[in-house]
Ligand binder design. Sequence first.
Ligand SMILES: O=C1O[C@H](COP(=O)(O)O)[C@@H](O)[C@H](O)[C@H]1O
Length: 229
Amino acid sequence: MNFFSESNIQELQEMFWKNFEKSLLDLKNNEHIYIGLSGGTSLNYFYEKILKNFKNIEFEIRKKIIFVFVDERIVSLNHKDSNYKQIKDFFLGKLIDQNLINQDQIISINYDIENIADDYFSKVPYIDISLIGVGEDGHIASLFPKHILLQSKEKKYLSINDSPKKPSHRITISPEMIKDIKYGFIFFMGDAKQKALNNFFDNNLIYKDCPAKLINNTKNVFLFTDLKL
Ligand SMILES: O=C1O[C@H](COP(=O)(O)O)[C@@H](O)[C@H](O)[C@H]1O
């Protein structure tokens, strides 16, 4: 585990970029590089940093990148609650405007079919690099504390119809999919995440209490926070 705790946001962004760029270089020989993004607010500083530096990544790597979602809310793609919409407005749309990626490099859900999770998994079979924000209750993607989905042994996207955080209908990567992530970047940003951060490092708790702990199953973990333990 690589742990970065720094209240100076610019420094934290720099540390993130160094490691994110290294992970891309490491995967440069892959046919595709799937980068799994999460919604919410925790990632904003880091999306800003990628936006600023993305042009410095060599074209041969850039063209292999496919942006996908670690979870998505089942609403239309132009709904304010859609992770796709939020991330496209704030981040991905700006990469497109600068001709640094094209729309084909973003995989969104098909929200008006029956089995959205299976359909999404058929397009996103694995994730190489994940950028995951942690919720106040310690949830990651749409895997919430004590929820039955945490018991799933399936390696696929899962559906959830009773998310404790609205909207209640979502899809999410499963705990088994998290195990295949090669570079797991995880973010605890802002005072409201202090308890989640403490829980993450509390050896008396397990992933069912604090789902963020699932990230420890990935090969390389990079934890960024503006908080102190
Ligand atoms: O509902 C969600 O929440 C989490 C965390 O959001 P944050 O605003 O507390 O950072 C997010 O990672 C997830 O993708 C999203 O669907």
